[in-house]
Design a protein around this ligand. Sequence first.
Ligand code: MRU
Length: 371
Amino acid sequence: MLVQGKHYRTIWLKDGDDSIVQAIDQRLLPHRFVIEDLRSVAEVVRAINEMHVRGAGLIGAAAGYGMYLAAKEAAHTENFDEHLLQSVNRMKASRPTAVNLEWAVNRQLIAIGEGQNVVEKIAIAKETATRIADEDAGFCKSIGLYGVKLIEEISKRKAGEPVNILTHCNAGWLAFTDFGSATSPIYQAFDHGINVHVWVDETRPRNQGARLTAWELLNHGVPHTIIADNTGGHLMQTGKVDLVITGADRVTRNGDVANKIGTYLKALAAKDNNIPFYVAIPSSTIDWHIKNGLEEIPIEQRGEEEVKYIQGIVDKKITSVLLSPAQSPAANYAFDITPSRLITGLITERGICQATEAGLLGLFPEQLEDK
Ligand code: MRU
């Protein structure tokens, strides 16, 4: 997507030096646009864990590139396989909820295993990392092509009046390699001249909505308004929301969704007000092995400082400010589960389906056997 008129992805191999992975450091947005060099598995693990890179698709792509660096590092050790497995474990432990991480690492492990020697293994790892990143962008683009039809229909019904879409957190291009999942239909609609307006949940505690989604939409010229997280229910009750689209970090086989904390409350409010609630996901976010989101999806808990402090810019310096009594404890659950019954549909790269096992299998029949 465009940043001040120049096309960027969120992660790539450095032009002219393929031993370096480059990524946008999202901790500093929207105030500073900084590209970070990642030269080792340790640096990739840190970037994922400390959220320099974040969002399900991008975490998967980063893990794909991390495995390429892992293969390169393993080539300089006595036991390639043992070293690679150590990197696998470190990478998988870096964040627990988004299944794309595990998916990308496992995919790389299988691919690298096909190489006959170390040189071949490294070449395969590089190719696979690039493919994972390219596929992610392609999937998100397709999600946009299917999802835009939902917005088009509402626009027709409203005779061209703005379609008001509420989104939570950042399932935009910054959360993937390009386009985004929840935002992709919105960008498509906007680019085709449909009148859209986006309500952007600020998304405490890390404010991915206020910092990242707003920055993305601003760069693309899409009309939007940032709202405090508690505002969505009121807007829905007063007819100011036509459609909710969020992303997801993991979707179970039967359509339960793990997404950024607060998503469940928006789904409840949408249900109570008969507002369609869609979740946009590439298939890499579906965990085909589990069926019960509440019982089986690990919910990440992060440090209390993310709740007690807020980051902003003061005198041109990015600064953290204490909000609460320093001694009060805080809890920081990073995700929640929205049960499938509250979800109108899933928007995937193969089309839109019901948030049910039958719905998902209708689009992905190759998963029929995997229980
Ligand atoms: O903690 P993050 O920023 O990695 O959380 C992920 C998210 O941004 C959201 O939950 C998003 O809606 C799904 S990721 C495409």
